[in-house]
Design a protein around this ligand. Structure first.
Ligand code: ATP
Ligand code: MG
Length: 335
């Protein structure tokens, strides 16, 4: 994949969780050595639903720490904050003019997020257009995302095709790199694990906090008493075990669960220990970065400088092809 440009983003809507790690960050880290990777903290996206303005700056910095803790290395990839590059919003407006309301209304995430809302903010509908702008601004070829973003990526490709047809071939059609982790379910055992839903285990939670959360996880709803046999295939705790427990102990847990030889609390205890172990090095790295916020700010500043230059280059071409901004020179030619 050498020569390829990779772009992906994450919202500073709360702490990064296991779903973000397994669905996205893990791949981001792997890709650093294979391609030119640009990773963005998408704060313009994070203001789509109600949020606390006073807390947003600290959430941005926290997410940057999570990126670095997960293993992103600023010498091998670019990390920046979306609102440091205002061209994202400019291109989003432009792409609004080639996307249709119908296709936006068909987005599953839109249906989920807007369901039950008395008044739906236009941003909730238009959100995938900003996402398309994020990706196309850097003319990215590959976009590593979790399974929940596949539909938005398909829309981005369609928008790129449509723009290219009208204004000339320019944007590559970005390919989604969907993580094989699938859609990680939250502790409620139902919905997708989501920062905004509070059904998460944080990637950087302390061991006591991990246990406090895992304890509350919903298991097989039909297993009421400890003596009832469990069904690992429907149990979300078992689903999570797959990522944190080696093959052999995993097979033992499965057998013991079906035979009611192990209770859900014991099973959760093992899961919690596995999660604690897996994220130990990241907690340590996070502590190092938290102790040097100036360094984190510098990394984000360097990233923004690089991305601003790339974004300005793209926008110059986009404006030129669309007959925008060049009216002064064009009308002056020949008197
Ligand atoms: P929010 O609830 O605010 O939408 P989120 O937890 O969904 O937050 P995002 O910032 O929207 O996180 O997504 C960042 C990346 O993490 C995306 O690539 C997304 O596909 C991935 N991701 C998020 N949740 C999951 C999940 N439960 N399973 C797998 N991947 C996920
Ligand atoms: Mg999301």
């Amino acid at each position: 994949m050498s020569g390829a440009r990779v772009f992906s983003g994450m919202q500073p809507t709360g702490e990064a969780h296991l779903g973000n790690y397994l669905g996205a960050l893990r791949q981001w880290v792997r890709l650093q050595d294979e391609a030119d990777c640009i990773y963005c903290i998408v704060d313009y996206h994070a203001i789509t639903l109600e949020y606390e303005p006073a807390r947003l700056p600290e959430r941005v910095l926290d997410l940057a720490v999570s990126f670095l803790a997960a293993g992103l290395n600023p010498d091998r990839c670019t990390i920046f904050v979306q609102s440091d590059v205002p061209e994202h919003t400019e291109l989003a407006w432009i792409l609004n003019t080639v996307a249709s309301v119908g296709e936006l209304e068909r987005m599953t995430q839109y249906k989920d997020k807007s369901a039950g809302m008395e008044s739906v903010p236009a941003g909730v509908l238009n959100y995938p257009i900003l996402q398309a702008a994020d990706i196309l601004l850097y003319r990215a070829d590959r976009v590593p995302v979790g399974e929940d973003q596949a539909q938005h990526l398909e829309l981005t490709r369609e928008i790129a095709r449509r723009w290219n047809r009208r204004f000339g071939e320019f944007f590559p059609e970005p390919q989604a790199l969907i993580s094989d982790a699938g859609r990680i379910r939250g502790l409620d055992g139902q919905a997708k694990m989501s920062k905004s839903r509070g059904n998460t285990v944080g990637m950087l939670d302390e061991p006591a906090e991990i246990w406090a959360r895992v304890r509350t996880a919903v298991t097989d709803p039909q297993r009421v008493r400890r003596s009832d046999p469990g069904r690992p295939e429907v149990c979300n705790v078992f689903a999570l075990h797959r990522f944190f427990t080696a093959a052999e102990p995993l097979a033992t847990i499965e057998r013991q669960c079906r035979a009611a030889e192990i209770g859900c609390v014991d099973c959760k205890r093992l899961l919690s220990e596995g999660i604690v172990r897996a994220f130990e090095p990241m907690r340590e790295r996070a502590a190092e970065y938290r102790a040097q916020p100036a360094r984190v700010r510098e990394i984000l500043g360097d990233g923004a400088a690089r991305c601003r230059a790339l974004a300005q280059e793209t926008m110059r071409e986009v404006r030129e092809r669309m007959g925008l901004r060049s009216w002064r020179e064009r009308t002056a030619a020949g008197g």
